[in-house]
Design a protein around this ligand. Structure first.
Ligand code: SF4
Length: 197
């Protein structure tokens, strides 16, 4: 196991034992990540929902299906090109938005997770994730516009759970992911090709 994977594994164990905020009392599982830690693109959502809490894996419900479908549509391989995680690692009850104190309590985990994966690009899914990454504003205003976080390009876009409720918004999510794919997609495949040649 390489150094990056070891560091992420240790971090996931730290998350699993965390009781820094009240969400620990109502969670079934902590939800750390899915996808490829070597991917060039990190997708960051708000927090786990019911299915994610049950399975301990992010974006496995309807919203996750939409996210994966849109990714494939724009040429990204969900298993290779992206690493998916959330701002908070435990489900807020009744799928409410995480409170600022909960986001604050969890902030060092997402910061270290991004640092360890060291992506070439971050996609913030929804206003809560964007705000936690330092991009503040209504999501319909800030979506689709590149910004920078610690030298890494960030693309804010719609949360796929919103797209599930408002199907016509799907085209906006796809447009933003396409911009990301055109700039950063396929890098992991090129790395693999280079490594095997
Ligand atoms: Fe810990 Fe984050 Fe879960 Fe709160 S949400 S208990 S800070 S892992």
């Amino acid at each position: 196991m390489n150094d990056k994977r070891t560091r992420l594994l240790v971090l996931a164990e730290e998350v699993a034992a965390c009781h820094r905020c009240d969400l620990a009392r109502t969670r079934t599982n902590t939800v750390f990540a899915r996808g490829n830690p070597e991917a060039p693109i990190v997708l960051v959502g708000e927090g786990p929902g019911e299915n994610e809490d049950e399975q301990g894996i992010p974006f496995v419900g309807k919203a996750g299906g939409i996210l994966d479908e849109c990714a494939v549509e724009v040429g990204l391989d969900p298993a290779k090109d992206v690493y998916v995680c959330n701002v908070v690692k435990c489900r807020p009850p009744r799928n409410r938005k995480p409170e600022p104190e909960e986001i604050g309590a969890c902030s060092s985990f997402i910061a270290r997770q991004i640092e360890f994966v060291a992506p070439r690009c971050i996609v913030a899914l929804g206003a809560t994730a964007a705000s936690a990454l330092g991009v503040v504003g209504g999501i319909t205003k800030i979506r689709g516009k590149w910004t920078m976080r610690n030298g890494v390009p960030v693309m804010p876009t719609l949360h796929p759970a919103y797209v599930a409720r408002v199907p016509y918004a799907r085209k906006d999510l796809a447009v933003d992911l396409r911009a990301v794919a055109e700039r950063f997609g396929g890098v992991s495949r090129r790395r693999e090709t280079e490594a095997s040649s």
